[in-house]
Design a protein around this ligand. Structure first.
Ligand SMILES: [Zn+2]
Ligand SMILES: [Zn+2]
Length: 342
């Protein structure tokens, strides 16, 4: 089969002809129909995030059709439309038993430590596939598996309850899913904070109240619009110390801030005014859980989560096209979502 693989970091991916993966008794072979190109994949190519051993086939946002099932598999059928949950976990370690599979002691990841979807076929444990309803195109199924799933997990971490107010800092792929999912969770008002007018307009199209942080202080604006109270939940989806701080400062009494953006820089807050004085909670979030994917897919099937404006380009399984898409992500921090359709 054809696979576009990372052979050496700091070098373009290469098209290789490799054998179709063999499957074990509990695995399934999926014929790839769509794979999202994620910014994380660019980090692997640049060597700024660990990956390997090389060569490795990237691609952790995958949807396709089941082509073969292992002898012991009873939960998945041949020909079924599926999405792949990229977190590979053992199911038996202390983390897995507690439902914290993203911290599995033997954990791995499709498209990072195991071969992923920049290929015609991918083999995964049957327990890692979820049914993809007919109403959802493969391209959207693929990207639901990463940014949308992470947004869904972040809102569950925030324990968002019906009637609460939410502020979302950063309206990229995560943020636009978070806006829609927050309303699906029953949020009363969702404030969308960004500095890009197009992104703010897109958030407003989904019912958010846009706040342009390049012209107004978003914290003051949120306080003003909530009669001084602040929001119950703030999600930070950029990874900047400033926006993390603003998310915490926007909170109401008993508010919860969830940090989703990645940064290795310190978060400085006034612990008295911003934490103790409000009994606020600041928490991190990491990936998502298998159990979150079926309800997420059902929300997409029902149209509560609409990704039709998110997938903006499809390309074939071609090394040049894929490297070019990755270059665009790296150089322009483009939010254009490119999906490989083999
Ligand atoms: Zn991703
Ligand atoms: Zn485990």
């Amino acid at each position: 089969m054809k696979a576009v693989r990372l052979v050496e970091v700091h070098h373009p991916l290469q098209l290789q002809e490799i054998p179709i993966p063999t499957i074990g008794d509990n695995d399934v072979l999926v014929r790839v129909r769509a794979t999202g190109i994620c910014h994380t994949d660019v980090h692997y190519r640049e060597g700024s995030s660990p990956v390997g051993p090389l060569p490795k086939t990237p691609g952790h946002e995958v949807a396709g059709i089941v082509e073969q099932v292992g002898k012991q598999v009873t939960t998945v059928t041949m020909g079924e439309r599926v999405c792949i949950h990229y977190v590979l976990s053992c199911g038996t370690c202390s983390y897995c038993i507690k439902g914290q599979e993203q911290f599995c002691a033997q954990g791995s990841m499709v498209g990072r430590y195991a071969d992923g979807g920049y290929a015609q076929y991918v083999s995964v444990p049957a327990s890692n596939v979820v049914h993809l309803p007919d109403e959802i195109p493969f391209e959207q199924g693929a990207i639901l598996m990463c940014s949308s799933a992470t947004a869904f997990h972040a809102l569950r971490k925030a324990k968002l309850a019906g009637g609460e107010t939410v502020a979302i800092f950063g309206i990229g792929g995560l943020g636009i899913s978070a806006v829609q999912l927050a309303y699906a969770f029953g949020a009363l008002d969702v404030y969308a904070v960004d500095i890009n007018a197009d992104k703010l307009q897109l958030a407003a199209n989904y019912g958010a109240i846009p706040l342009n942080a390049s012209t107004n202080d978003p914290v003051a604006e949120i306080r003003k619009r909530t009669q001084g109270q602040g929001v119950d939940v703030a999600l930070e989806m950029i990874g900047l110390p400033l926006t993390m701080k603003q998310a915490v400062q926007s909170l109401a009494v008993m508010g919860r801030a969830v940090i989703t953006g990645i940064s290795n820089r310190p978060l400085e807050i006034d612990t008295y005014a911003d934490l103790l004085g409000r009994e606020a909670i600041v928490t991190g979030t990491s990936d998502h859980l298998l159990l979150e994917l079926p309800p997420l897919l059902e929300l997409a099937r029902r149209g509560k989560l609409d990704l039709s404006e998110v997938v903006t380009r499809t390309i074939p399984l071609d090394a040049d096209a894929i490297n070019q898409a990755m270059d665009n992500l790296a150089q322009f921090h483009s939010d254009i979502r490119t999906v490989i359709v083999p």
